[in-house]
Design a binder for this molecule. Structure first.
Ligand SMILES: Nc1ncnc2c1ncn2[C@@H]1O[C@H](COP(=O)(O)OP(=O)(O)OP(=O)(O)O)[C@@H](O)[C@H]1O
Length: 253
């Protein structure tokens, strides 16, 4: 389904990604882990089209998408969340989530003017879909009209997930979805991520420093260190890898 092949990316003298290659199995959760500065977010930026790599390809269901811009990739079904919450703070929960749908609305301004009825129908269907598939699913009905700023941090992160789900993604990239959360918020988010995978069959890539969560919910894990891919396999396999243990001990030293 999603395949990255020999991705290389440099920033001046910093080699952020040095030949990263892996496949994310369809409908499964693949963890991307590694110490700080390993290249995880850079890899997400390459997959979602924000960074153009110096070398390598990204393919989705056999289609090479390396030349596509971020919005074209989003239209193909690649959605992401960001390490730091990227919501519109002055807007309500519902409006933020609706923004995630713009890639799905077929009615552009001209067709909306000419066929006002069909645009309205589409809007109604969209609203119903969002209510059932995103708002009820994420249990955020009670805050749908609240401004983002009124929500606790854990709920803001859930709304960000909601905005990504509004796109009906085939592939979901989650960048540190539980960073800064307390234990209860983390457990809730882990459950929602598993529910997304189980109910919608979404292929999920997860960058996360919370090792318990990675080990609990990922079926495969890719490990980066200084831009190099030093291991990949099941959580148990990578946890026993000497290179991985050394990389994390090196960080702690
Ligand atoms: N836009 C940029 N300009 C210059 N250097 C960058 C840029 N983005 C990332 N880097 C560098 O690339 C390397 C990889 O950074 P990246 O943010 O991808 O790592 P990471 O694994 O996501 O780290 P963290 O876990 O701390 O978020 C780092 O050395 C970083 O300083």
């Amino acid at each position: 389904m999603l395949k990255v092949d020999d991705i290389q990316l440099s920033f001046g003298g910093v080699r952020a990604l040095q030949g990263v290659s892996f496949e994310a199995a369809p409908g499964e959760i693949t963890g991307i882990i590694g110490p700080n500065g390993a290249g995880k977010t850079s890899l997400f930026n390459v997959i979602s089209g924000f960074y153009k790599p110096d070398n390598g390809t990204v393919t989705v269901e056999g289609q090479d998408i390396s030349g596509l811009k971020p919005d074209a990739r989003a239209a193909l079904g690649i959605a992401r969340t960001f390490q730091n919450i990227a919501l519109f703070r002055g807007m309500t929960v519902l409006d933020n989530i609706k923004l995630g749908c713009h890639t799905r609305l077929n009615a552009n301004v001209w067709s909306a003017l000419r066929y006002f009825g069909s645009a309205q129908k589409e809007e109604l269907e969209l609203r119903r879909d969002l209510e059932e598939r995103v708002i009820d699913f994420l249990e955020i009905d009670h805050v749908r009209k609240a401004p983002i700023t009124a929500l606790p941090y854990g709920l803001q992160k859930r709304v960000e997930l909601g905005r990504a789900l509004a796109m009906k993604p085939k592939i979901l990239l989650l960048d540190e979805p539980v960073a800064g959360m307390n234990r209860e918020e983390t457990a809730d988010m882990a459950r929602f991520i598993l529910d997304v995978q189980e109910q919608f069959g979404t292929t999920i890539l997860l960058v996360e420093h919370d090792m318990h969560m990675v080990m609990d919910i990922c079926s495969r894990v890719v490990v980066l260190n200084f831009g190099q891919q030093i291991a990949q396999g099941t959580p148990q396999e990578v946890a026993q890898s000497k290179e991985v243990i050394d990389a994390y001990l090196g960080q702690a030293a």
